[in-house]
Design a protein around this ligand. Structure first.
Ligand code: FES
Ligand code: FE2
Length: 355
């Protein structure tokens, strides 16, 4: 298929928000083409991720039910423990040796449920990038998730080049200065991190920030992107009336700070989960601001969803091999593609097992 970014295996991906994983409802999610079922254990409340297909006749376990910490298949009752081992089959005592489903390494951190897609022996929780503000009481967060019918590479492109705010999100978060101000890009190839910064000294205040901060005049607006390939995207946003500078020691008590987080989780070919969150360090008790930011940002996200759905449909009718035209604003996106290509290659190599 043209215009499909290959998946990078042997990586951590956000499968869900912590609050989505529970015991009432088994949660089904497809990640890198692998169907997963997620739930929590009864005592410890630890998230569990298993392959979402019963070994017997492939019934989705996410459409089944829990019995304690075990999943009882909703079709003929094969029963699996938290490690994916089958502990009961109907009508016979002997449980076939091959009766097990894969279980995935899971880590819950910063209110996100991360799963490792690849060889479980290689999973190192310390490699998971942090998004501490999502779990911190110093920040108030609104969040959501939208599935998009587009190659995840299109969402990476979209988030690394915010000049589109001016056109796609004009009247919401975009103003002329976003597209006009040049970016600076820094790439840490080894760590797989792309940083894109755009510092606007004197800019119009878009409704997103005018209505949440109460600022009436023009602003300085800094956008500092930090993309940890493949999944986590952080946008550190600093807003202040023109003239308000950070203190010499770098602290910034008179500015408004918003942390915008995305998790870009490839689902299957041409499908991606777009997890989004907006965290703020001001007006933390103001429910009106919370509601406004939730609704407003949802609208902004849906503008991207609409654009990417459209773009994917347009691209999928084209033959492969079209030479895109890239300019300065694409520097971050191109660096991200390079890093993703390397991760895809590394994740596809056969792993040498240490005996
Ligand atoms: S398909 Fe699960 S028990 Fe038959
Ligand atoms: Fe956007």
């Amino acid at each position: 298929m043209p215009h499909m970014t290959a998946f990078a295996r042997n990586q951590w991906y956000v499968a869900a928000y912590g609050h989505e994983v529970g015991r009432e409802q088994l949660l089904g999610r497809t990640i890198l083409g692998e169907p997963l079922v997620l739930y929590r254990t009864e005592e410890e409340g630890t998230p569990v991720a298993l392959h979402d297909r019963c070994v017997h006749r492939r019934f989705p376990l996410s459409e089944s039910r829990l019995d304690g910490d075990r999943i009882v298949c909703g079709y003929h009752g094969f029963t699996y423990d938290t490690t994916g081992r089958c502990v009961y089959v109907p009508g016979q005592k002997r449980i076939p040796r091959t009766a097990r489903v894969a279980s995935y390494p899971v880590v819950e951190q910063d209110s996100l449920v991360w799963v490792w897609i690849g060889d479980p022996a290689l999973a190192d929780p310390r490699a998971i990038p942090r998004a501490r503000h999502l779990g911190s009481p110093d920040w108030v967060t609104v969040r959501g998730m939208e599935p998009i019918d587009a190659d995840y590479g299109l969402l990476v492109d979209n988030l690394l080049d915010l000049s589109h705010e001016t056109y796609l999100h004009g009247g919401y978060i975009g103003t002329p200065e976003v597209a006009e101000t040049p970016i600076s890009t820094e790439v840490d190839e080894g760590a797989g991190i792309v940083r894109v910064s755009r510092h606007m000294d004197d800019a119009e205040c878009p409704p997103f920030y005018a209505r949440s901060t109460g600022i009436e005049g023009r602003i300085t607006r800094w956008q500092d992107i930090e993309y940890h390939a493949p999944c986590l995207y952080l946008l550190h946003s600093r807003i202040a009336p023109v003239g308000v500078l950070p203190e010499p020691d770098g602290s910034d008590p008179n500015a408004f700070h918003v942390e915008i987080t995305y998790a870009i989780t490839p689902s299957s070919d041409g499908k991606v989960y777009d997890f989004w969150a907006v965290s703020r360090d001001f007006a933390r008790d103001d429910d009106e601001v919370t509601t406004f930011l939730r609704d407003f940002n949802h609208t902004v996200v849906m503008q991207d969803v609409g654009a990417l759905n459209l773009l994917q449909r347009a691209l999928s009718t084209e033959p492969a091999g079209y030479q895109e035209l890239s300019i300065n604003i694409d520097t971050g996106g191109l660096a991200a593609r390079r890093i993703l290509a390397r991760l895809v290659e590394e994740g596809g190599k056969p792993v040498e097992k240490v005996q």
